[in-house]
Ligand binder design. Structure first.
Ligand code: NAD
Ligand code: DAU
Length: 351
């Protein structure tokens, strides 16, 4: 039986990846390593926790000795690395936390993989999950391709760019077999409500203000999380060594248009009068260094691996909203305690 280490599998995207691999590949044992930070939640993967081919390990990728010990104990055949500090606003307040997890943590995993696999790494694979934010910001025209130069603007994207460079450098210098993918904005079930879509769904439910940064004319390219998990599956098994794949939804929305769509859908779901939720929209101080526009050219993964999104944005949003309305307990649990402190600092102190 093959052994694959997934890092960050209790988080938003990681939980969908872990579920997909555990249920689809009974002959592969999935080891889910997660530090269970504020963003990690075992509830996200409760349905598969008793599967025979699944083991959860609580641990921190910044602890080099622990990581070396883990690789020696389990002799992983592959790594799918998602663990990260992932929220741009938090990176602006505490960049060092992003350097520690996203850069040092990635380096620890690279070192442990290199040591374990040595020269006999032919069948092994280190898959690093990255973001389109490493490319910086687009103007009104154009798309990010795999050859777009890196130009990160936030501490988060700078830390992800740095980790991408280290992965590539380990491939060139030590022959480590790797693949990298850079994906656009995900949304879907289990999304932590500090990010735009789940935050606004939660605020609409709670009748709280919807804090739109700046003029709301920033553009993002949205992809349903299960389509990202499907792309990760394909790339892990069929992607070419030392290659990068861009993943995106061909689905650009200005924030304000997306927020208005969300308001309309939520009014229907909550049986509130048309226009009720839109009244909650509040323009607030902009995010420093706010990237104007992200948009991915996903032609390569479509042409070479046959991947394309399986749901439209309208279908994906409907699934997402229904999930949040059916999982109010989950929402209540993750928005108690530390979340309230974060919310106050982010939205009530600075805006
Ligand atoms: P998330 O914040 O929801 O989850 C991150 C997970 O990593 C959590 O379970 C957390 O407990 C764990 N973690 C954090 N620090 C750790 C540490 N030091 N050791 C071990 N585990 C730790 O993040 P996400 O949105 O699911 O993103 C997952 C990955 O995908 C990240 O690498 C992110 O950069 C990348 N990505 C995210 C998006 C997006 O839209 N969310 C898009 C493209 C790429
Ligand atoms: O592009 C991929 C990236 O997408 C991932 O790498 C990141 O991990 C993920 O967090 C996401 O980053 P963004 O900064 O684009 O996502 P966020 O949901 O924080 O913001 C989306 C847009 O909405 C952005 O233009 C900022 C704006 N926004 C966000 C929040 C939280 C608001 O206007 N108000 C808000 O309260």
């Amino acid at each position: 039986m093959k052994r694959i280490l997934v890092t960050g599998g209790a988080g938003f995207i990681g939980s969908h990846v872990v579920r997909r691999f555990v249920t689809k590949y009974p002959d592969i044992h999935i080891y889910n390593l997660d530090a269970l930070t504020y963003a990690g939640n075992l509830e996200n993967i409760k349905d598969i926790e008793k599967a025979d081919n699944y083991t959860f390990i609580k641990g921190d990728i910044t602890d080099a000795d622990f990581i070396t010990g883990l690789f020696n104990k389990f002799s992983f055949d592959g790594v799918i690395h998602l663990a990260a500090e992932s929220h741009v606003d938090r990176s602006i307040k505490d960049p060092l936390a992003f350097v520690k997890t996203n850069i040092i943590g990635t380096l620890n995993l690279l070192n442990a993989s290199k040591e374990l696999w040595g020269k006999d790494s032919g069948e092994k694979r280190f898959y690093h999950i990255s973001t389109d934010e490493v490319y910086g910001s687009l103007g009104a025209e154009g798309l990010f391709t795999e050859t777009t130069a890196y130009d990160p603007n936030s501490p988060y994207s700078a830390s992800k760019a740095s980790s991408d460079h280290f992965v590539r450098a380990y491939g060139e210098t030590y022959g480590l077999p790797y693949v990298i993918s850079n994906c656009s904005n995900n949304y879907g079930p289990n999304h932590f409500p500090e990010k735009l879509i789940p935050l606004f769904i939660n605020n609409i439910i709670e009748n709280r203000a919807l804090p739109v940064y700046g003029d709301g004319k920033y553009t993002r390219d949205w992809l349903f999380v299960k389509d990202h998990a499907a792309a990760i599956d394909l790339i892990f098994f069929e992607g070419k060594n030392h290659e990068t794949y861009n993943i995106g939804g061909f689905n650009e929305w200005q924030n304000i248009d997306l927020v208005k769509l969300l308001c309309r859908l939520m009014d229907v779901k909550l049986d509130r009068g048309a226009g009720t939720s839109e009244k909650l929209i509040t323009y607030v101080t902009d995010r420093p260094g706010h990237d104007l526009r992200y948009a991915i050219d996903a032609t390569k993964i479509n042409r070479e691996l046959g991947w394309k999104p399986s749901v439209t944005f309208e279908q994906g949003l409907e699934i997402t909203i229904d999930w949040f309305l059916e999982n109010k307990e989950w929402l209540k649990n993750v928005t108690s305690g530390e979340y309230e402190k974060y919310y106050e600092k982010q939205y009530l102190d600075s805006h």
